[in-house]
Write a new protein. Structure first.
Length: 387
């Protein structure tokens, strides 16, 4: 097991009140045991604009203890890096990214929903409803016993097809649909299996399900940093996310046409960009009955213009206001389950809480301390929200 840091706070890290001192205690660990770390470079920085930094040491009985008091509702982030005596980062020693928040249930959307939001999305919904789905490509693959599996590409009104994989249990019966979406990047849609569900998994771009290197060769230049083009994002008609969401809605329309569907239950699932897609599909297809969203991306884009930690996402732009995950979440009618990682540099906790606090349907959120966007701590640090 790698060496790593384990972070504790003096109370539940999402239960602090504004003005209350937050105390972080950090141990160096290996295989669940405390170890020494002679040089720890640390930094505290908050959604209130404040910051502190320094260099300390950690012993088995002497952890690093740091204190911070937020001056406005939000989160304070703690980063720790293990260094050798020459100031180089120690290879094989996981950095720490942790946080704690004050008055997190008061965190609100840093924008307003555009006045023509419903009109804009109503036109997209009508386009999808009126469009006759046509299968352009279907290839059975027989990937797993007990399932019918195939790759599929479905014609859309927006250029590229909806493209992904589907698995259907071979046993008798009618089944719920589970539609899932992928995170940012050029990923083929691999197979998802559940013996009690129809599982459709769709890529964001409508390309073929091929190995990554082939996809990169074909589309890498064209789709480099897609969604980050400020000129495209100035308009809701030209932003890359418009056609992505149309493809997603067509994909679900196709799955709903399958005779094996039970006509009742649809689960929409995704992580990061996939969570944006899962929530958006549910906001604009009333047949969706549940959303599971892990570390949702593109939340509360205007928050960085109000001094909150930005994370990794496009700049706030007029066209993106129609695709902000918080704006989509406000339209949900079905239950939402969220995962929020308290060390996430890509999707900062403040932005996820803005989503949670804006959703009016049934909702729940799970926090994981020290988990980053693509990193999970060696020791389970799940936090009970107690909301």
């Amino acid at each position: 097991m790698a060496k790593y840091f384990k972070c504790f706070t003096d109370k539940n890290p999402v239960s602090y009140k504004l003005g209350e001192e937050i105390v972080f205690t950090v141990f160096a660990r290996e295989d669940g045991e405390n170890i020494k770390c002679e040089k720890v470079e640390w930094k505290l920085f908050g959604d209130d604009g404040g910051s502190m930094n320094g260099v300390s040491d950690i012993d088995t009985e002497k952890p690093l203890t740091l204190k911070y008091t937020l001056k406005r509702a939000g989160f304070v982030r703690l980063k720790c890096i293990a260094k050798d005596q020459n100031g180089n980062e120690i290879e094989g020693f996981d950095p720490l990214n942790a946080s704690a928040g004050a008055d997190v249930l008061s965190l609100t959307y840093s924008d307003t929903v555009p006045e023509d939001f419903d009109e804009y999305w109503g036109e997209i919904e009508k386009t999808v409803a009126d469009f006759e789905t046509e299968v352009l490509y279907l290839k059975e693959t027989n990937r797993r016993e007990g399932f019918k599996t195939y790759e599929v590409r479905i014609k859309t009104p927006s250029g590229r097809p909806a493209s992904g994989s589907v698995s259907i249990p071979l046993k008798e019966g009618k089944f719920p649909i589970r539609i899932s979406f992928l995170g940012y990047g050029l990923h083929a849609a691999g197979y998802v299996y559940d013996e009690n569900m129809i599982c459709g998994n769709f890529n964001a771009h409508g390309f073929e399900n091929e190995p990554w290197d082939q996809i990169e060769t074909k589309y890498g230049k064209e789709l480099s940093m897609y969604g980050f083009n400020n000129e495209e994002n100035a308009s809701n008609m030209t932003t890359y996310f418009r056609n992505m969401m149309i493809r997603n809605l067509i994909a679900l329309k196709y799955l709903k046409s399958l005779p094996e569907w039970n006509k009742t239950d649809i689960m929409s699932v995704g992580g990061s960009q996939g969570a944006l897609q899962a929530i958006t599909v549910a906001a604009h297809d009333s047949d969706v009955t549940e959303v599971i969203a892990d570390k949702p991306w593109l939340c509360d884009l205007n928050s960085s213009n109000n001094g909150y930690i930005k994370g990794w996402r496009p700049d706030f732009a007029e066209g993106l206001r129609y695709f902000d995950t918080v704006a989509q979440g406000m339209k949900l009618k079905c239950p939402l389950s969220l995962d929020c990682y308290l060390g996430d540099d890509c999707c900062p906790p403040k932005t996820v809480m803005a989503l949670y606090n804006s959703v009016k349907s049934d909702k729940k959120v799970r926090f994981v301390q020290s988990a980053g966007h693509s990193y999970f701590p060696p020791e389970n640090e799940e936090v009970n929200a107690e909301f």
